[in-house]
Write a protein that binds this ligand. Sequence first.
Ligand code: KG4
Ligand code: ZN
Length: 365
Amino acid sequence: MTRTLTILGLESSCDDTSAAILRQKGDAPAEILSNVVYGQSDLHAAFGGVVPEIAARAHAEKLDICVEDALMAANVSLDSIDAVAVTAGPGLIGGVLSGVMCAKGLAAGLNIPLIGVNHLAGHALTPRLTDQVAYPYLMLLVSGGHCQFLIARGPEDFSRIGGTIDDAPGEAFDKTARLLGLPQPGGPSVQSAALDGDPKRFALPRPLLDRPGCDMSFSGLKTALLRARDAIIAEKGGLTEQDRADLCASFQAAVVDVVGKKTARAIMQYLRETPDTPLLAVAGGVAANTAIRAELESVCQTHGTQFTAPPLKLCTDNAAMIAYAGLERFKAGKQDDMHLTARPRWPLDTRAPALLGSGKKGAKA
Ligand code: KG4
Ligand code: ZN
């Protein structure tokens, strides 16, 4: 008889409190029965970034309610949960701790296994949850907190072949919006302003393109944008709508160019492993950007590589991906005990040298 596994997932590593119920019958594709996400952007809006202490308190207040809501939405009772999977890092430590403590309480109270999950593995395994993608595959993780190329070979077997050495691209979009007085989150507002702009008006830098490898940098781009903005203000006393649109279009064009060219390099490195059916998957909020997505699709086409992007609500932070990564660990015979610790930094690939930088959304590991 094939076993049915029902996993409760918890996520609280940044500014989204999330609980999800995932069910897998035998070897059939896992089914998301519920995936409840409570965002905290209102709480942090006045501060221009995520405030760790506020985030931690909000997670602690919301986790119980979130679990109840997820159970109700899935029409599942606590006693039919087979295991609890929880983000144990990397991330803002107060939030991670809230999740880990909640998961420990549930696992102890229900006498079921506890599975600690690396948040980045949650993102990186999402294409397996949504599209049953086979190992190995290349993953580009681009969000407000993360930016890295990973070759995924197994649930805990990742090679990081490049990443940002400072800001994540989403962070750069958010800062750009802030500098131009556009609403947060910056990605969608910069993207929509860019539609009416001239991407060639400002020659913004393409950082690290002159260096080999797949590492990226976005903080210099943001500084260049600030200078371009200040030069217009000094000359004309303010910014017109057209100036804003042109700055957004020029900024977005630079990000697209850097991400596209570095992706081409990452694909070439990955193809040296000669997978039969090469595939690039993308995850993270920035994957919603239509210009970046179009560029990635075109780069993949040029290199004979399939492209896949999970639906946006599974690209951004959510507990379904944590439940799924937990399910893969559990099925591989792995689980944790009450000694599970919350980790602010937790690189997926411990062999790769540490990347610099730790942005407003926490450690990039
Ligand atoms: O993955 P995510 O929800 O959260 C974490 O960073 O963990 O990503 C949010 C980031 C924000 O920085 C947001 O500005 C960016 O994704 N984003 C976009 C777009 N939509 C969201 N960036 C560029 N273009 C977009 N359309
Ligand atoms: Zn994330």
